[in-house]
Design a binder for this molecule. Structure first.
Ligand code: KG4
Ligand code: ZN
Length: 335
Protein backbone atom coordinates (compact mmCIF):
# COMPACT_ATOMS: atom_id res chain seq x y z
CA UNK A 1 0.00 0.00 0.00
CA UNK A 2 1.09 3.52 -0.76
CA UNK A 3 2.45 5.52 2.19
CA UNK A 4 0.04 8.08 3.61
CA UNK A 5 1.27 11.47 4.81
CA UNK A 6 -1.08 13.56 6.94
CA UNK A 7 -0.47 17.18 7.87
CA UNK A 8 -2.01 17.82 11.30
CA UNK A 9 -2.93 21.19 12.81
CA UNK A 10 -3.57 21.87 16.51
CA UNK A 11 -4.59 25.23 18.01
CA UNK A 12 -7.20 24.38 20.64
CA UNK A 13 -5.55 26.16 23.57
CA UNK A 14 -2.22 27.95 23.81
CA UNK A 15 0.00 25.88 21.51
CA UNK A 16 0.12 26.47 17.75
CA UNK A 17 1.36 23.26 16.21
CA UNK A 18 1.67 21.48 12.88
CA UNK A 19 3.08 18.06 12.10
CA UNK A 20 3.49 15.61 9.26
CA UNK A 21 2.97 11.95 10.17
CA UNK A 22 3.50 8.97 7.91
CA UNK A 23 1.02 6.06 8.05
CA UNK A 24 -0.47 7.24 11.33
CA UNK A 25 2.56 6.34 13.41
CA UNK A 26 5.83 7.73 12.08
CA UNK A 27 6.80 11.33 12.78
CA UNK A 28 8.35 13.15 9.84
CA UNK A 29 8.49 16.56 11.53
CA UNK A 30 6.59 18.58 14.13
CA UNK A 31 6.63 22.25 15.06
CA UNK A 32 5.11 23.55 18.31
CA UNK A 33 5.00 27.23 19.18
CA UNK A 34 3.83 27.71 22.75
CA UNK A 35 2.35 30.90 24.16
CA UNK A 36 2.97 29.77 27.72
CA UNK A 37 5.26 32.66 28.71
CA UNK A 38 2.72 35.25 27.57
CA UNK A 39 -0.17 33.67 29.47
CA UNK A 40 2.00 33.11 32.55
CA UNK A 41 2.01 36.89 33.04
CA UNK A 42 -1.78 36.71 33.53
CA UNK A 43 -1.79 33.54 35.65
CA UNK A 44 -3.69 31.53 33.01
CA UNK A 45 -4.69 31.37 29.36
CA UNK A 46 -6.41 34.57 28.16
CA UNK A 47 -8.65 33.42 25.26
CA UNK A 48 -8.52 36.72 23.31
CA UNK A 49 -4.74 36.82 23.43
CA UNK A 50 -4.52 33.13 22.56
CA UNK A 51 -6.51 33.49 19.34
CA UNK A 52 -4.60 36.58 18.28
CA UNK A 53 -1.28 34.83 18.84
CA UNK A 54 -2.44 31.77 16.88
CA UNK A 55 -3.25 34.09 13.98
CA UNK A 56 0.23 35.60 14.17
CA UNK A 57 1.98 32.26 14.57
CA UNK A 58 0.19 29.89 12.26
CA UNK A 59 2.01 30.76 9.03
CA UNK A 60 5.35 30.84 10.86
CA UNK A 61 4.64 27.32 12.15
CA UNK A 62 3.70 26.10 8.66
CA UNK A 63 6.86 27.54 7.10
CA UNK A 64 9.00 25.99 9.81
CA UNK A 65 7.33 22.59 9.45
CA UNK A 66 7.79 22.50 5.68
CA UNK A 67 11.43 23.46 6.04
CA UNK A 68 12.06 20.81 8.72
CA UNK A 69 10.20 18.06 6.88
CA UNK A 70 11.67 18.98 3.52
CA UNK A 71 8.21 18.47 2.07
CA UNK A 72 5.59 20.63 0.36
CA UNK A 73 1.88 20.72 1.13
CA UNK A 74 1.37 19.20 -2.31
CA UNK A 75 3.15 16.05 -1.17
CA UNK A 76 0.79 15.29 1.74
CA UNK A 77 -2.36 13.20 1.33
CA UNK A 78 -4.69 14.99 3.73
CA UNK A 79 -5.02 17.93 6.11
CA UNK A 80 -6.23 17.10 9.65
CA UNK A 81 -7.28 19.64 12.24
CA UNK A 82 -8.53 19.78 15.83
CA UNK A 83 -12.07 21.14 15.59
CA UNK A 84 -13.20 20.37 19.17
CA UNK A 85 -13.10 20.78 22.12
CA UNK A 86 -11.14 23.87 23.20
CA UNK A 87 -11.21 27.66 23.14
CA UNK A 88 -13.47 28.64 20.27
CA UNK A 89 -11.39 31.55 18.97
CA UNK A 90 -8.25 29.43 19.09
CA UNK A 91 -9.82 26.44 17.36
CA UNK A 92 -11.18 28.67 14.58
CA UNK A 93 -7.68 29.77 13.58
CA UNK A 94 -6.56 26.17 13.02
CA UNK A 95 -9.81 25.17 11.34
CA UNK A 96 -9.67 28.09 8.89
CA UNK A 97 -6.01 27.41 8.09
CA UNK A 98 -6.85 23.75 7.44
CA UNK A 99 -9.74 24.68 5.16
CA UNK A 100 -7.58 27.06 3.14
CA UNK A 101 -4.84 24.43 2.71
CA UNK A 102 -7.42 21.80 1.79
CA UNK A 103 -9.03 24.10 -0.78
CA UNK A 104 -5.87 25.52 -2.33
CA UNK A 105 -4.00 22.20 -2.55
CA UNK A 106 -7.10 20.10 -3.20
CA UNK A 107 -6.52 17.74 -0.26
CA UNK A 108 -9.17 15.96 1.83
CA UNK A 109 -9.93 17.58 5.17
CA UNK A 110 -10.16 15.48 8.35
CA UNK A 111 -11.87 16.79 11.51
CA UNK A 112 -10.15 15.48 14.62
CA UNK A 113 -11.31 15.45 18.24
CA UNK A 114 -8.60 16.77 20.57
CA UNK A 115 -8.98 13.92 23.07
CA UNK A 116 -8.87 11.30 20.30
CA UNK A 117 -5.56 13.00 19.47
CA UNK A 118 -4.23 12.48 23.00
CA UNK A 119 -5.25 8.80 22.83
CA UNK A 120 -3.81 8.17 19.34
CA UNK A 121 -0.49 9.82 20.30
CA UNK A 122 0.29 6.35 21.63
CA UNK A 123 0.56 5.02 18.08
CA UNK A 124 3.82 6.98 17.87
CA UNK A 125 5.19 4.52 20.44
CA UNK A 126 3.50 1.28 19.34
CA UNK A 127 0.18 0.30 17.79
CA UNK A 128 -2.72 0.40 20.25
CA UNK A 129 -3.67 -3.13 21.21
CA UNK A 130 -7.46 -3.53 21.43
CA UNK A 131 -9.50 -3.85 23.59
CA UNK A 132 -7.76 -1.01 25.34
CA UNK A 133 -8.62 0.98 28.45
CA UNK A 134 -7.76 4.68 28.15
CA UNK A 135 -7.44 6.90 31.20
CA UNK A 136 -8.00 10.39 29.78
CA UNK A 137 -6.72 13.09 32.12
CA UNK A 138 -6.52 16.69 30.98
CA UNK A 139 -7.64 20.22 31.81
CA UNK A 140 -11.15 19.39 30.62
CA UNK A 141 -11.46 15.61 30.95
CA UNK A 142 -11.14 12.87 33.55
CA UNK A 143 -12.54 9.68 32.18
CA UNK A 144 -12.04 5.98 31.68
CA UNK A 145 -12.73 4.98 28.09
CA UNK A 146 -12.97 1.43 26.79
CA UNK A 147 -11.86 1.10 23.16
CA UNK A 148 -12.76 -2.10 21.37
CA UNK A 149 -11.32 -0.86 18.09
CA UNK A 150 -10.43 2.31 16.23
CA UNK A 151 -12.86 5.10 17.15
CA UNK A 152 -15.01 2.77 19.24
CA UNK A 153 -15.11 4.79 22.42
CA UNK A 154 -17.24 3.67 25.36
CA UNK A 155 -17.00 5.94 28.39
CA UNK A 156 -17.08 3.76 31.51
CA UNK A 157 -16.92 6.66 33.93
CA UNK A 158 -16.16 10.36 33.92
CA UNK A 159 -15.92 13.20 36.38
CA UNK A 160 -19.16 14.52 37.80
CA UNK A 161 -17.62 17.93 38.38
CA UNK A 162 -14.05 19.21 37.97
CA UNK A 163 -11.45 17.66 35.69
CA UNK A 164 -8.20 16.63 37.35
CA UNK A 165 -6.04 19.11 35.38
CA UNK A 166 -8.42 21.90 36.28
CA UNK A 167 -8.07 21.03 39.97
CA UNK A 168 -4.26 20.92 39.67
CA UNK A 169 -4.45 24.43 38.18
CA UNK A 170 -6.76 25.62 40.97
CA UNK A 171 -4.52 24.14 43.67
CA UNK A 172 -1.58 25.93 42.04
CA UNK A 173 -3.42 29.24 42.38
CA UNK A 174 -4.29 28.48 46.03
CA UNK A 175 -0.59 27.82 46.66
CA UNK A 176 0.38 30.97 44.72
CA UNK A 177 2.34 28.97 42.17
CA UNK A 178 2.71 30.41 38.67
CA UNK A 179 1.01 29.17 35.51
CA UNK A 180 1.20 26.42 34.24
CA UNK A 181 -0.24 25.06 37.45
CA UNK A 182 -0.04 21.28 37.06
CA UNK A 183 3.72 20.91 36.54
CA UNK A 184 4.42 23.40 39.36
CA UNK A 185 2.22 21.54 41.86
CA UNK A 186 4.10 18.38 40.87
CA UNK A 187 7.46 20.08 41.52
CA UNK A 188 6.35 21.22 44.97
CA UNK A 189 4.85 17.80 45.77
CA UNK A 190 8.24 16.23 45.10
CA UNK A 191 9.73 18.19 48.00
CA UNK A 192 6.88 17.62 50.46
CA UNK A 193 5.39 14.99 52.75
CA UNK A 194 1.84 13.77 53.01
CA UNK A 195 0.92 15.55 56.26
CA UNK A 196 -2.48 17.07 55.46
CA UNK A 197 -5.61 15.03 55.92
CA UNK A 198 -7.64 15.33 52.71
CA UNK A 199 -10.85 13.54 51.76
CA UNK A 200 -10.70 10.69 49.24
CA UNK A 201 -12.65 12.03 46.23
CA UNK A 202 -15.43 9.49 45.91
CA UNK A 203 -15.46 6.31 47.88
CA UNK A 204 -18.04 4.54 45.76
CA UNK A 205 -18.19 1.47 43.63
CA UNK A 206 -18.86 2.98 40.21
CA UNK A 207 -16.28 4.41 37.85
CA UNK A 208 -17.28 8.05 38.18
CA UNK A 209 -14.87 10.64 39.52
CA UNK A 210 -15.45 13.72 41.63
CA UNK A 211 -12.76 16.25 42.45
CA UNK A 212 -14.73 19.24 43.75
CA UNK A 213 -14.63 18.01 47.37
CA UNK A 214 -10.86 17.58 47.27
CA UNK A 215 -10.48 21.01 45.69
CA UNK A 216 -12.66 22.64 48.39
CA UNK A 217 -10.71 20.87 51.12
CA UNK A 218 -7.43 22.36 49.84
CA UNK A 219 -9.01 25.83 49.62
CA UNK A 220 -10.37 25.47 53.18
CA UNK A 221 -7.01 24.47 54.62
CA UNK A 222 -5.44 27.60 53.12
CA UNK A 223 -8.35 29.80 54.23
CA UNK A 224 -8.40 28.48 57.80
CA UNK A 225 -4.63 28.90 58.12
CA UNK A 226 -4.92 32.51 56.93
CA UNK A 227 -7.63 33.23 59.47
CA UNK A 228 -5.44 31.88 62.24
CA UNK A 229 -2.52 33.90 60.93
CA UNK A 230 -0.58 30.71 60.20
CA UNK A 231 1.46 29.74 57.14
CA UNK A 232 0.64 26.58 55.26
CA UNK A 233 3.44 24.29 54.17
CA UNK A 234 3.04 24.52 50.38
CA UNK A 235 5.23 21.52 49.70
CA UNK A 236 3.32 19.28 52.09
CA UNK A 237 -0.07 20.48 50.88
CA UNK A 238 0.94 19.91 47.23
CA UNK A 239 2.14 16.40 48.13
CA UNK A 240 -0.96 15.54 50.16
CA UNK A 241 -3.19 16.75 47.32
CA UNK A 242 -1.24 14.91 44.63
CA UNK A 243 -1.23 11.62 46.55
CA UNK A 244 -5.00 11.67 46.99
CA UNK A 245 -5.80 12.94 43.48
CA UNK A 246 -3.58 10.47 41.63
CA UNK A 247 -4.28 7.47 43.87
CA UNK A 248 -7.94 7.90 43.01
CA UNK A 249 -7.15 7.69 39.27
CA UNK A 250 -5.15 4.52 39.82
CA UNK A 251 -7.80 2.95 42.08
CA UNK A 252 -10.54 3.53 39.53
CA UNK A 253 -8.36 2.24 36.69
CA UNK A 254 -7.80 -0.96 38.67
CA UNK A 255 -11.53 -1.27 39.27
CA UNK A 256 -12.21 -0.85 35.53
CA UNK A 257 -9.62 -3.56 34.76
CA UNK A 258 -11.26 -5.89 37.29
CA UNK A 259 -14.60 -5.35 35.57
CA UNK A 260 -13.18 -5.71 32.06
CA UNK A 261 -10.83 -8.68 32.08
CA UNK A 262 -10.79 -8.64 28.26
CA UNK A 263 -8.66 -5.46 28.20
CA UNK A 264 -5.23 -6.04 26.64
CA UNK A 265 -3.62 -2.62 27.11
CA UNK A 266 -3.90 0.52 29.20
CA UNK A 267 -3.36 3.96 27.71
CA UNK A 268 -2.84 7.15 29.68
CA UNK A 269 -3.67 10.24 27.64
CA UNK A 270 -3.97 14.01 28.09
CA UNK A 271 -1.88 16.75 29.64
CA UNK A 272 -1.85 15.24 33.16
CA UNK A 273 -0.18 12.10 31.76
CA UNK A 274 3.01 14.18 31.93
CA UNK A 275 2.84 13.79 35.73
CA UNK A 276 5.63 11.50 36.90
CA UNK A 277 3.85 10.28 40.00
CA UNK A 278 0.90 9.18 37.83
CA UNK A 279 3.26 7.53 35.33
CA UNK A 280 5.01 5.56 38.12
CA UNK A 281 1.77 4.51 39.80
CA UNK A 282 0.24 3.35 36.51
CA UNK A 283 3.39 1.41 35.74
CA UNK A 284 3.15 -0.35 39.11
CA UNK A 285 -0.52 -1.15 38.55
CA UNK A 286 0.01 -2.55 35.06
CA UNK A 287 2.96 -4.65 36.23
CA UNK A 288 0.79 -6.08 39.02
CA UNK A 289 -2.04 -6.75 36.58
CA UNK A 290 0.37 -8.06 33.95
CA UNK A 291 -1.05 -5.77 31.32
CA UNK A 292 0.58 -3.66 28.65
CA UNK A 293 0.89 0.07 29.52
CA UNK A 294 1.32 2.80 26.95
CA UNK A 295 2.00 6.42 27.89
CA UNK A 296 3.31 8.78 25.23
CA UNK A 297 6.76 10.33 25.75
CA UNK A 298 6.59 13.73 27.49
CA UNK A 299 6.72 15.78 24.29
CA UNK A 300 3.55 14.09 23.00
CA UNK A 301 1.68 14.47 26.32
CA UNK A 302 1.29 18.23 26.06
CA UNK A 303 -0.69 19.63 23.15
CA UNK A 304 0.88 18.96 19.74
CA UNK A 305 -0.20 18.34 16.16
CA UNK A 306 1.58 14.98 15.79
CA UNK A 307 -1.18 13.37 17.84
CA UNK A 308 -3.83 15.05 15.66
CA UNK A 309 -2.34 13.62 12.47
CA UNK A 310 -2.12 10.17 14.15
CA UNK A 311 -5.79 10.31 15.17
CA UNK A 312 -6.76 11.32 11.64
CA UNK A 313 -5.20 8.24 10.04
CA UNK A 314 -8.02 5.71 10.79
CA UNK A 315 -10.47 8.29 9.44
CA UNK A 316 -8.37 8.69 6.30
CA UNK A 317 -8.44 4.92 5.74
CA UNK A 318 -12.22 4.91 6.10
CA UNK A 319 -12.61 7.96 3.84
CA UNK A 320 -14.27 9.97 6.62
CA UNK A 321 -13.65 13.46 5.35
CA UNK A 322 -15.09 16.81 6.39
CA UNK A 323 -16.22 19.46 3.94
CA UNK A 324 -15.52 23.19 3.91
CA UNK A 325 -18.52 23.87 6.15
CA UNK A 326 -16.53 22.39 9.05
CA UNK A 327 -17.02 24.47 12.18
CA UNK A 328 -15.16 24.55 15.49
CA UNK A 329 -16.92 23.44 18.69
CA UNK A 330 -15.83 24.49 22.15
CA UNK A 331 -17.28 21.37 23.73
CA UNK A 332 -17.98 17.97 22.23
CA UNK A 333 -18.00 14.48 23.70
CA UNK A 334 -15.59 11.91 22.35
CA UNK A 335 -18.24 9.32 21.47
O1 KG4 B 1 -4.32 18.03 27.56
P1 KG4 B 1 -3.89 19.37 28.00
O2 KG4 B 1 -2.59 19.90 27.48
O3 KG4 B 1 -4.98 20.43 27.65
C1 KG4 B 1 -6.29 20.08 27.67
O4 KG4 B 1 -6.72 19.49 26.67
O5 KG4 B 1 -6.94 20.32 28.71
O6 KG4 B 1 -3.87 19.35 29.57
C2 KG4 B 1 -3.54 20.48 30.29
C3 KG4 B 1 -3.71 20.16 31.75
C4 KG4 B 1 -3.56 21.39 32.61
O7 KG4 B 1 -4.61 21.43 33.54
C5 KG4 B 1 -2.22 21.16 33.29
O8 KG4 B 1 -2.13 21.77 34.56
C6 KG4 B 1 -2.16 19.66 33.38
O9 KG4 B 1 -2.71 19.22 32.17
N1 KG4 B 1 -0.79 19.18 33.54
C7 KG4 B 1 -0.34 18.54 34.64
C8 KG4 B 1 1.03 18.28 34.41
N2 KG4 B 1 1.36 18.77 33.19
C9 KG4 B 1 0.23 19.31 32.66
N3 KG4 B 1 -0.97 18.17 35.76
C10 KG4 B 1 -0.24 17.54 36.68
N4 KG4 B 1 1.08 17.27 36.56
C11 KG4 B 1 1.75 17.61 35.45
N5 KG4 B 1 3.05 17.35 35.32
ZN1 ZN C 1 -4.75 18.57 25.33
Amino acid sequence: MKDVYILGIESSCDETSMSIIKNGCEEIATTVLTQMDTHAEYGGVVPEIASRMHTENITIVLEDLLKKSNMTVDQVDAIAVTYAPGLLGSLLVGVEAAKVLSLVYNKPLIATHHIAGHIYANNLVKPIEFPSLALVVSGGHTELVLMEGDYQFKVLGATKDDAIGEVYDKVARVLDLPYPGGPNVEKYALKGNHTYDLPVPMNNKDLEFSYSGLKSAVINIKHNAEQRGEEINKYDLARSFQDVAIDELVRKTKQALDEHREVKSVIVAGGVSANNYLREKMKELCEQENIDLCIPPMKYCTDNAAMIACAAYPKYLKGEFADLSLDAKSSLELY
